[in-house]
Ligand binder design. Structure first.
Ligand code: BTN
Length: 242
């Protein structure tokens, strides 16, 4: 495969998880590598949920060596926008990003992102991207929430080409990150936002909050305007449009 944008590719037929392999590889000052697998036997999502990872999906983890890890949440936004731009370019479909880490088409999830970190003498950000490409159906418990490119367009795709395009888009937006131009990242994300302006329910570890999603702040938190008019900062959790 071509080496897109200075990233070195590590390709595997099967892995437990590309994020796991990325963790093993992230040492000795390695930087800008991408771990790819055709399938994963233990793909995972946020909150340790299962990410069903059979053949036909796209599974990749971008590994970046970072000085500090305070701002890695922006990398999740960058990854979501990169996937959205890639799908838009490929299919012209209306694709949106849902806070904090999903990409949606027709209100269904087509991609999830899991950003993890390794800290120590050297710090690494691991940005895992799972995109549903050729899946024809999903387990009963997610079939009304998940979708693939194949289900929507009835076409086949070259997964390597998709990876190249995502990487190219990611690398472009990553320059903003490197220059601490976080405002520009938020602006790019807002162009594709599914969440802002909607009345949502946020299920968080500390409770459930309902209100209008009015903004994301400079730390990538979602700001809700609650029914009583007060503002509530949502740091983590799942968002449902109500
Ligand atoms: C989520 O929606 O909760 C995040 C899903 C992230 C899935 C991707 S697939 C590639 C990488 N490896 C994993 O085990 N998870 C991420």
């Amino acid at each position: 495969m071509n080496k897109p944008s200075g990233f070195k590719i590590y390709y595997f037929k099967t892995l437990t998880s590309t994020n796991d392999e990325a963790k093993r590889l992230a040492k000795n000052s390695i930087d800008k590598i991408i771990v790819i697998a055709d399938k994963q036997t233990k793909g995972r999502g946020r909150f340790n949920r299962e990410w069903v990872s059979g053949l036909g999906g796209l599974y990749m983890t971008i590994v970046l060596k970072e000085k500090n890890l305070d701002d890695v949440r922006y990398l999740t936004l960058i990854a979501a926008v990169s996937v959205a731009k890639t799908i838009k370019k490929l299919t012209k479909l209306n694709v949106l990003v849902k806070w904090p880490n999903d990409v949606l088409i027709n209100d269904k999830k087509i991609c999830g992102i899991l950003t993890e970190t390794i800290s120590g003498k050297e710090n690494y950000a691991l940005v895992g991207i799972g995109l549903n490409v050729h899946q024809k159906n999903f387990n009963k418990n997610i079939s009304n929430k998940a979708v693939s490119l194949k289900i929507i367009t009835n076409k086949n795709y070259n997964i390597n080409k998709i990876i190249n395009e995502i990487t190219k888009q990611f690398n472009n937006l990553y320059q903003y990150y490197k220059n601490n131009n976080y405002k520009q990242i938020i602006n790019e994300w807002k162009k594709y936002s599914h969440t802002l302006g909607k009345k949502v329910k946020a299920k968080t570890l500390s409770g459930v909050y309902t209100g209008k999603a009015i903004d994301i702040d400079k730390d990538c938190n979602l700001i809700l305007k609650l029914n009583n008019g007060k503002l509530k900062k949502i740091v983590e959790g799942d968002i449902f449009v109500v």
